[in-house]
Ligand binder design. Structure first.
Ligand code: KG4
Ligand code: ZN
Length: 354
């Protein structure tokens, strides 16, 4: 029964987890840095890497204590080494290299995006069947995949501009909803009514496209709040500001944004299922992961989608939607089983192309 210690430090959560056999979560500790970045309205990479350095070892210690295991009881060390902020990734990668070397245990490099989809698999009441359709919706990704197993996937489509989480974060700034943007906008939207908000576009691209585009929705929201920009060059300006909206109107605008943002995701899922079915590879489950899978409307619509399509839909519990190390240690077990152990000199990789 391999016990794996997983580390995650790709963005602004410092996390460590202990997972047995890819599914049994003995500890899942997450130290969020939201308080450190709030005053800047977004993640400051240099602050994030410094905070990871301070927090990583205490988080590892807490994970081991919670799992009631000491370092000698660990069979392998896993780390999310791609993609992410390079300075942040390096902290987790260096720590994992040092631990694996000192303990003389295998080191396993894990892809953060695959791990987000695996979070949905490992927490499903019933093990999902493959091939599965995977949707990763986070601050950096809005991508659709078809997976033949947890380690093997093919990209079907992705955003051509902003990621959906990024659009949420920007919409939160436009509507002065607070920080962190995604959860705050979600909360504000729940007090609103989309039908009373502005009519916002759903960008679906070409009829068969499985790619996404969120920058038009963001700009449409900006203009709906502030009016179309007037003038040119240094004299350009807006006629209105968010302060001209009542609190109820802000909530209605947030609901209209959320409705449009989530509608597009569901529409692309329908398209993907139809196309894969036509190709003779119908998905047998849908795995949704990444920070935006914590969104209340997405979760509600995912349940409705499951009944409408008769397809099992796996969405992780809230603590495994956001960045965490349980998904890293969980997926690492599959790598270990497949004999995919990494060399000690693994790199940290900021961007991936799938
Ligand atoms: O997966 P994640 O923690 O980090 C990345 O890998 O990017 O996702 C973070 C993203 C942020 O853009 C955040 O605003 C968004 O997920 N998010 C949400 C919600 N909770 C987090 N977006 C919408 N509704 C939420 N409830
Ligand atoms: Zn993530």
């Amino acid at each position: 029964m391999p016990t794996i210690l997983g580390l995650e430090s790709s963005c602004d959560e410092t996390a460590a987890a202990v997972v047995r056999d890819g599914r049994e979560i003995a500890a899942n500790i997450i130290a969020s840095q939201h308080d450190l970045h709030a005053q800047y309205g977004g993640v400051v990479p240099e602050i994030a890497s410094r905070a990871h350095i301070e927090r990583l070892l205490p988080v590892v210690r807490e994970a081991l204590e919670t799992a009631e295991v000491d370092l000698r009881g660990i069979d392998a060390v896993a780390v999310g080494n791609r993609p992410g902020l390079i300075g942040s990734l390096l902290v987790g990668v260096s720590a994992a290299q040092a631990l694996a070397w000192a303990l003389d245990k295998p080191l396993i490099a894990v892809d953060h995006v695959r791990a987000h989809m695996y979070a949905a698999d490992m927490t499903a009441a019933e093990r999902p069947a493959y091939p599965a359709l995977g949707l990763v919706i986070s601050g950096g990704h809005t991508s659709l995949y078809t997976l033949t197993d947890p380690l093997t996937m093919r990209l079907l489509g992705r955003t051509i501009d902003d990621a959906v989480g990024e659009a949420y974060d920007k919409a939160a700034v436009i509507l002065d909803a607070g920080y962190p943007g995604g959860p705050r906008l979600d909360q504000l939207a729940r007090e609103g009514d989309a039908s009373r908000g502005p009519n916002l576009p759903r960008s679906l691209l070409d009829a068969r496209s499985l790619d996404f585009s969120y920058s038009g929705l963001k700009t449409a929201l900006l203009y709906a709040v502030r009016g179309k920009p007037q003038g040119r060059g240094p004299d350009a300006g807006f006629t209105r500001s968010v302060a001209d909206l009542t609190n109820q109107q802000r909530a209605d605008f947030a609901a209209a944004f959320q409705d449009a943002a989530i509608d597009v995701l569901l529409c692309k899922l329908d398209r993907a299922i139809e196309q894969l079915t036509a190709e003779g590879q119908p998905p047998r489950a849908l795995l949704i992961g990444g920070g935006v899978s914590a969104n209340s409307l997405l979760r509600q619509r995912a349940r409705a989608f499951e009944s409408r399509r008769g397809l099992p839909v796996c969405v992780p519990p809230m603590k495994l939607c956001v960045d965490n190390a349980a998904m890293i240690a969980g997926l690492a077990w599959h790598h270990l089983e497949a004999g995919q152990v990494s060399p000690l000199n693994i790199p940290a990789i900021a961007t991936t192309t799938y």
